[in-house]
Design a protein around this ligand. Structure first.
Ligand code: ZN
Length: 200
């Protein structure tokens, strides 16, 4: 992450680089090892598609984190609800999808609203567990914006749980992280949860 002209450029660097050709070869080996015949014409491009699909799921789009002075002294909750979320569970490498509700109580700076969705994407586009993802979004907002409080709720369906294993079709998992006033003050906490539609 680098700072240019007041905006923070947020870019996620792949931890160990990304080798698409190696991923494609590995995908071909993986599929073949599961007994699937890759000679069928319709499957010929599948390893490459699979490699590119995962590469895309692990690569968030860079964005500029622009903040503005809170000149009006707005001190009520700012909440972006139902931000679509898609990530990949790090235990099975299967997708989990759902929504995130992200809010903060402004301090001296406020944020462009679309940035809340970009922050969610930034941390979702990597192998994840929902608990960590929830906390990373909250902690990052806290560090970058120094708001009076931060609240993040994620409600997601994990396909490793609904399509396989216990096959708990339709079940979703809810996680939340509250910081600052939203954590300490019961009324702020209650307001946040009622606005997100989650019973706190
Ligand atoms: Zn899983």
């Amino acid at each position: 992450m680098t700072t240019t002209s007041g905006a923070l450029r947020v870019v996620k660097q792949p931890e160990a680089g990304m080798d698409l050709a190696a991923a494609e070869q590995a995908a071909a080996d993986f599929i073949a090892a599961l007994g699937v015949d890759l000679d069928a014409e319709s499957l010929q491009d599948t390893p490459g598609r699979m490699a590119r699909a995962y590469a895309e799921l692990f690569t968030p789009r860079p964005f500029d984190l622009t903040t503005f002075p809170n000149d009006e002294g707005y001190d009520e909750l700012v909440l972006a609800r139902s931000i679509p979320i898609r990530s990949v569970c790090e235990h099975h490498l299967l997708p989990f999808v759902g929504v995130a509700h992200v809010g903060y109580l402004p301090g001296s700076r406020i944020l462009g609203l679309s940035k809340l969705a970009r922050i969610v994407e930034h941390f979702a586009c990597r192998p994840q567990v929902q608990e960590r993802l929830t906390k990373q979004i909250a902690d990052w907002l806290d560090e970058q914006l120094h708001p009076k409080g931060v609240g993040v709720v994620i409600d997601a369906e994990h396909t490793c749980m609904t399509l396989r294993g216990v096959q708990a079709t339709g079940s979703t998992t809810v996680t939340s992280t509250l910081l600052g006033t939203l954590r300490a003050d019961p009324r702020s906490r209650q307001e946040f949860f009622s606005l997100t539609g989650v019973n706190g």
